[in-house]
Design a protein around this ligand. Structure first.
Ligand SMILES: Nc1ncnc2c1ncn2[C@@H]1O[C@H](COP(=O)(O)OP(=O)(O)OP(=O)(O)O)[C@@H](O)[C@H]1O
Ligand SMILES: [Mg+2]
Length: 237
């Protein structure tokens, strides 16, 4: 069967995300992005792999607008939301429901807010946990709550920076499947850019690329990239 190649689809109205010759150096002089050009055409689960220090997290900070490139252009047509490796770095309030309230758009009625929170919790498998204290959640549940926060904020581009690095294989699988389903659903699919050091996750990717010395290489099918880089595992990919 011909594999799904979303990056080859014709996008007459432009891609969701385009980086054009983007360079960024930190104030200390470290060049993290070096003339980096790539695009994410549309919805799907897009994965990036690369060795430590290759510029992946810096790339996400640039896309989300936390920092600004010194050279080049970034055009992001959809609302981004960042998700970190450690959900404790982004969950702020005592209960699931109160934390999600923070991420909701401001112009909603109380009823709309409650419905959106309910739906988002259901979408990540935490249905009915509105009043559950966050400190009682497992690591995997916290990561799913962070995901619900991105969903209620109406973000359409999820920037996931090693979201499963701290999870056990069971919780890793759950988070991966939820994001994959959100990316591939027929109604209102989202776009996810997922950084991973866990090479087996590439099997779930709709497209995958390597990041090397501040640049992103061409997209290919996840399983094909896995085949190419698996022999290098243990060395710097
Ligand atoms: N806040 C910062 N100040 C100065 N230098 C930084 C900062 N953040 C990152 N860097 C440097 O930028 C380069 C790219 O770092 P970045 O964190 O983007 O890499 P990464 O690919 O995400 O690595 P890892 O896989 O370890 O998470 C590194 O040399 C790093 O030391
Ligand atoms: Mg990083």
């Amino acid at each position: 069967m011909e594999s799904y190649k979303p990056w080859e689809e014709n996008k007459p109205d432009g891609s969701d995300l385009v980086l054009d010759k983007v360079s960024f150096s930190w104030p200390c002089g470290t060049k993290a992005l070096d003339n980096c050009s790539f695009s994410v055409p549309g919805p799907g689960l897009w994965m990036l792999v690369g060795s430590n220090g290759s510029g992946k997290s810096t790339l996400f900070r640039l896309i989300s607008g936390m920092i600004t490139a010194q050279h080049g252009h970034i055009c992001c047509k959809i609302k981004p939301a960042l998700m970190f490796q450690n959900p404790d770095h982004q969950l702020l309030l005592p209960t699931c429901g109160s934390d999600l309230l923070l991420s909701l758009p401001r112009d909603l009625t109380l009823d709309q807010r409650l419905k959106r929170i309910q739906l988002a919790l259901e979408q990540v498998g935490l249905g009915g946990m509105e009043s559950r204290p966050i400190h009682t959640l497992s690591g995997g549940q916290k990561q799913r709550l962070a995901l619900a926060g991105a969903l209620v904020s109406e973000a359409k581009l999820l920037l996931l920076d090693e979201p499963t690095a701290l999870l056990d294989p069971f919780s890793q699988g759950i988070v991966l499947k939820i994001v994959k389903e959100l990316c591939n659903r027929s109604h209102d699919p989202i776009t996810a850019l997922w950084i991973t050091h866990r090479l087996d996750e590439l099997n779930y990717a709709d497209g995958a690329a390597r990041m090397e010395r501040g640049r992103v290489t061409e997209w290919s099918a996840g399983h094909l990239l896995l085949k190419r880089i698996k022999p290098l595992a243990g060395r710097r990919v």
